[in-house]
Design a protein around this ligand. Structure first.
Ligand code: NAP
Length: 292
């Protein structure tokens, strides 16, 4: 088994982006500027947003963090989004999900200017993705594709099983893997909670992408010998031996599955850091797009 090391690969990508930022700065250009909107104080969301902001600083981007209390009204949030859309100094921004129940995520997503939608969640950008047009590809699936590309993992003609059909991971992942591209050109099966005989389908996969949010769900009995396994899940499990009081677990039983597969992403240190690197790539793209 070999590790698909997202930490190391994301560091390489960040170095490449930092070099590009230096080039822009030396040429007298404006460096990319990412804004992040955080509603409430959910521990995991705080961590994700802080990591995104810190990563911006590391590569030389400007960053702005906009915070709201959990009880902010939907209208106040929409007003801020309109402001960010109109603000010429901001190249791209994200609204960290999930949002509190009283705010409709679809209304918020639709309000974001597609040209600043570096998360790639706006229907315009998802539509472009479906049609194979240039777009902002959602960060997590894009990060997985980059990980496959940079490790020369063969995908053409392979059977790729994507477990989970969320709008932000499973569904775009299935589209990307089925596209006529490299990586891509795979034969894709998308499975979900209503799928029958999921175990057998997973066992037939050359490439398995698991994104369901159930800690250590996928065991060795669901994996074919030599498969490539991408574990997207991140669940906090209570662990008193840790200072934080929890440990992070993926959707895959790493100890058992790593005995059987050819490549596997660890959690943490796999898909997570690649997601952040992809967001930075999308922000750089937004800057380049805006300057024409
Ligand atoms: P989500 O919106 O909760 O969707 C979960 C999907 O998994 C749904 O399609 C659901 O099926 C399916 N599912 C649930 N239980 C299942 C089962 N027993 N068998 C088959 N399918 C099942 O999830 P998400 O937003 O994609 O996130 C998934 C996980 O990835 C979470 O742990 C999340 O924290 C993590 N994540 C990590 C990153 C990263 O950067 N590493 C980024 C995003 C998300 P139905 O549609 O039928 O309900």
């Amino acid at each position: 088994m070999q590790l698909l090391d997202g930490k190391q690969t994301s560091e390489q990508i960040k170095q490449e982006i930092a070099q590009e930022v230096t080039r822009i700065r030396e040429a007298g250009g404006k460096v990319p500027h990412l804004a992040a909107v955080l509603v409430g104080s959910d521990g995991a969301s705080e961590t994700y947003v802080n990591n995104k902001v810190k990563s911006c600083e590391r590569v030389g981007f400007e960053s702005t963090l906009v915070r709201f209390d959990a009880d902010v009204s939907q209208q106040t949030l929409l007003d801020k989004i309109a402001e960010l859309n109109a603000d010429d100094s901001i190249d791209g921004y994200i609204v960290q999900l999930p949002l509190p129940d009283h705010i409709d995520e679809n209304t918020v997503t639709l309000a974001i200017d597609p040209d600043k939608d570096v998360d790639g969640f706006h229907p315009t950008n998802i539509g472009r993705l479906c049609l194979g047009m240039p777009t902002f590809i959602p960060a997590t699936p894009n990060g997985i594709m980059e990980l496959l590309r940079r490790h020369d993992i063969e995908t053409e003609g392979k059977h790729c099983v994507v477990v989970g059909r969320s709008n932000i991971v499973g569904t775009p992942m299935s589209l990307l893997m089925s596209r006529n591209s490299n990586p891509g050109n795979a034969t894709v099966t998308l499975v979900h909670s209503r799928t029958r005989d999921m175990e057998a389908i997973c066992r037939s996969a050359d490439i398995l992408v698991v994104a369901i949010g159930k800690a250590e769900f996928l065991g060795a009995d669901m994996v074919r010998e030599g498969a490539v396994v991408i574990d997207v899940g991140i669940t906090r499990l209570p662990d008193e031996s840790k200072k934080s009081g929890f440990r992070l677990a993926g959707d895959v039983d790493f100890a058992a599955v790593s005995e059987k597969c050819s490549w596997i992403t660890p959690v943490p240190g796999g898909v997570g850091p690649m997601t952040i690197a992809s967001l930075l790539q999308n922000t750089l793209k937004a800057r380049q797009f805006r300057q024409g």
